[in-house]
Write a protein that binds this ligand. Structure first.
Ligand code: HXC
Length: 520
């Protein structure tokens, strides 16, 4: 005879099990997590998602390890909390590693939970956010847990360019475990608690003798300024997760959709007479490109990506008449806005992301060229600069550019030029397109004349003046159709908005191929 238990008893049992699962590694470990200045996996999810929207999956999933005392360490749900919810009302998947359960280490079961939400996210065309706080592969599970990482990497790659993938580093991410975040589109790190490295300080000391702290080696500061691994370094978990929400607001849910259009109170026809006077008369005098960008976009809101890395180029998201745009712009106040290896790679990656997710690209140009020097040449500026050409040439989203001041040499071609299928290329009257700056050019093409002159300095200045008058203006390029119009700077905003509107149904495709061979 089957004995049926009362439904109320079953409900009570369910409640208890859910409470057990929610308790993670227990009160003591939760307290320890808080003492480290860190939030728990669930507290983080609550901050990331719209209130009350979280639907948890695999609450009862258990690891299957038996060796090294694993049989005695069973936590319902194991070391990760997974599920879905909403960010500003839009479906978003999430996994949040629970450091209170075996240091958030990755067992086969943890990986299966993560892979399940990754698959659901891809199949339902919604972004996924990974909250990382883990001691890496679960040591006791050995190769099983290494193989389990491979399952995640594979999904990161297959979903790349299909749904936005975001990683938030809120604790350790060591060894191969760093590679899942590295495969995603954006990496956020929280200062003081997020750390990523392939090998920790102890191994480094024993191999090279070098002494370095965890934070110096793999903290948010290092990765947001030196390595470029982190796109965002943020001082607190609360603000970090709110910035993740903000970023998602600019993005399409997947590669088949357009980004959401928001109502903006900012008049699309708004002109700004101050713009023209932001550019100094002297070509080598720096100025703040941010002042131009924030005056042109909706409500002065510009969310910079990689803000502290390769600052000579700026990339980030803004809106124009409510439409998301990706902005790429030189920063003349840092290294004169020159294109070097890091700037090329930074901008190329951003352009490719925008292209994958249907975000039009608006480029503000003031570039003196590629950075000369053995450092750059030996480091491969040729192949890295080529990445940016590749990215712009390949991008089929609307591409609009505004030449603010300089566009010299190869850097002119790279920055969304007509030749790379720029759709609309505007120039301010201060724009200059040339093979090189006047001084360098005169020293080469008039070398003999200057040498023979009784007053070489005077002759040089006169020839520079002539060169500037004849070549350093946007009208030659406009005469050739390489610039679509020379515009009054005050009208930059309405001009870009009209171009975006005109291009909103742009359709362009590349020849059929498996994939290109970008010079990596
Ligand atoms: C199993 C682990 C673990 C792991 C931590 N724990 N890491 N259990 N596997 N990888 C457990 C600890 O035993 C401890 O359990 C609890 O989690 C908390 O860890 P603590 O060491 O007490 O915390 P803390 O002092 O804050 O140090 C955190 C840490 C350290 C820096 C992450 O635990 C650490 O160095 N762990 C090992 C990191 C590592 O080398 N992982 C392998 C990386 S290689 P108790 O019960 O004592 O509280 C890798 C390969 C991936 O991941 C390859 C992919 C291709």
């Amino acid at each position: 005879m089957v004995v049926r238990r009362n439904v109320d008893v079953k409900l009570e049992e369910l409640k208890e099990k859910k409470a057990q699962s929610r308790a993670g590694g227990g009160r003591q470990r939760i307290d320890a997590q808080h003492e480290r200045g860190k939030l728990t996996a669930r507290e983080r999810i609550d901050l990331l998602l719209d209130e009350g929207s979280f639907e948890e999956l695999d609450t009862f999933k258990l690891h299957r390890g038996t060796d090294f005392g694993l049989a005695e360490q069973h936590h319902l749900g194991d070391a990760v909390v997974t599920g879905y919810g909403h960010v500003n009302g839009r479906l978003t998947f999430v996994f949040s590693q629970d450091f209170t359960v075996m240091g958030g280490s990755l067992s086969e079961a943890v990986s299966q939970k993560i892979c399940k939400v990754m698959d659901l996210a891809t199949n339902s065309g919604a972004p996924i956010v990974g909250l990382i706080d883990s001691g890496g592969a679960r040591i006791q599970e050995g190769v099983q847990s290494l193989a389990a990482y491979a399952d995640i990497f594979l999904r990161n790659v297959r979903s790349s360019g299909v749904i936005p993938q975001i990683s938030v580093i809120l604790g350790p991410a060591a060894g191969g475990a760093t590679y899942s975040p590295a495969l995603t589109d954006f990496v956020f790190m929280v200062e003081g608690i997020g750390q990523m490295y392939i090998t920790g300080p102890d191994v480094i000391k024993s191999v090279t003798g070098e002494e370095v702290t965890h934070e110096e080696l793999g903290g948010a500061g290092s990765h947001s300024t030196q390595s470029g691994v982190a796109h965002f370094a943020i001082e607190s978990e609360e603000r970090c997760l709110s910035e993740v929400r903000r970023l998602l607001g600019f993005l399409a849910q997947n590669n088949m959709e357009d980004p959401p259009r928001l109502q903006s109170g900012d008049d699309p026809g708004r002109t700004d007479a101050t713009l023209a006077h932001l550019v100094p008369d002297h070509p080598n005098q720096p100025y703040e490109m941010l002042d131009i960008i924030t005056r042109v976009v909706d409500d002065a809101e510009f969310m910079q990506v990689h803000e502290a890395y390769a600052r000579n180029v700026m990339v980030g998201f803004a809106r124009m008449d409510g439409r998301s745009v990706g902005i790429v712009a030189q920063q003349p106040s840092f290294l004169a806005g020159v294109l070097d290896i890091n700037a090329s790679v930074k901008a190329a990656r951003f352009v490719r992301f925008c292209d994958a997710f249907n975000i039009p690209i608006v480029t503000f140009i003031d570039v003196p060229g590629f950075l000369p020097g053995t450092n750059q040449e030996y480091g491969g500026i040729i192949r890295h600069g080529a990445k940016l050409i590749f990215a712009y040439a390949e991008a089929t989203v609307p591409k609009i550019s505004v030449l603010i001041r300089k566009a010299y040499g190869g850097a002119y071609i790279v920055m969304s030029s007509k030749g790379l299928r720029g759709d609309i290329n505007y120039a301010w009257p201060t724009g200059e397109i040339a093979v090189m700056g006047a001084e360098g050019a005169v020293n080469i093409i008039h070398r003999q004349e200057i040498r023979k002159s009784d007053e070489p300095d005077e002759a040089r200045q006169r020839l520079i003046g002539e060169y500037e008058d004849q070549l350093m203006n946007p009208y030659i390029a406009a005469g050739l159709g390489l610039i679509d119009d020379v515009i009054d700077p005050s009208e930059t905003r309405p001009k870009i908005i009209k171009a975006l509107e005109m291009l909103q149904n742009k359709r362009e495709s590349l020849p059929p191929k498996k994939h290109g061979s970008i010079p990596l």
